[in-house]
Design a protein around this ligand. Structure first.
Ligand code: 5GP
Ligand code: ZN
Length: 112
């Protein structure tokens, strides 16, 4: 995708604080962190949201979760939250699938 922010971070055209990479994924720190660890795990290939990714590349979809778990472990967190926002109505602002990894502070439920 020509005009996709996260495609550009994956391609190295825009800097990202990359903490982990796998064959199909890249993980980098969120620019506006909501927890001590706030990392976005994205597929290298462009999909608009989590469901499109799961349908189009199930292997990459699974790899996002295992990559997020690896980052959580590397940063010393046994407990963490994984979030996909899908659609503007629930706060999705970047339409390249990204799994939020949040950890390092107490969290409440339900989310806001
Ligand atoms: P969404 O709201 O779509 O679920 O999440 C998008 C996330 O991308 C937000 O948490 C936002 O802070 C983050 N973000 C937006 N622009 C950039 C950027 O240029 N670099 C990084 N690392 N994160 C970004
Ligand atoms: Zn993209």
């Amino acid at each position: 995708m020509d005009d996709c922010l996260f495609c550009k971070i994956v391609a190295g055209e825009i800097p990202g604080d990359i903490v982990h990479t796998t064959e199909r994924t890249v993980a980098f720190r969120d620019i506006n962190p909501q927890a001590p660890t706030h990392v976005l795990v994205v597929p290298k290939a462009h999909f608009a949201n989590a469901a499109d990714l799961a349908a189009g590349d199930p292997q990459a979809s699974a790899e996002l979760v295992t990559a997020a778990a690896a980052v959580a472990t590397a940063e010393g967190h046994d407990d963490y939250r994984l979030v996909y926002n899908t659609g503007e109505g629930v706060g999705q602002t970047v339409f390249h699938t990204h799994l939020h990894l949040l950890a390092g502070r107490p969290m409440t439920w339900p989310p806001g």
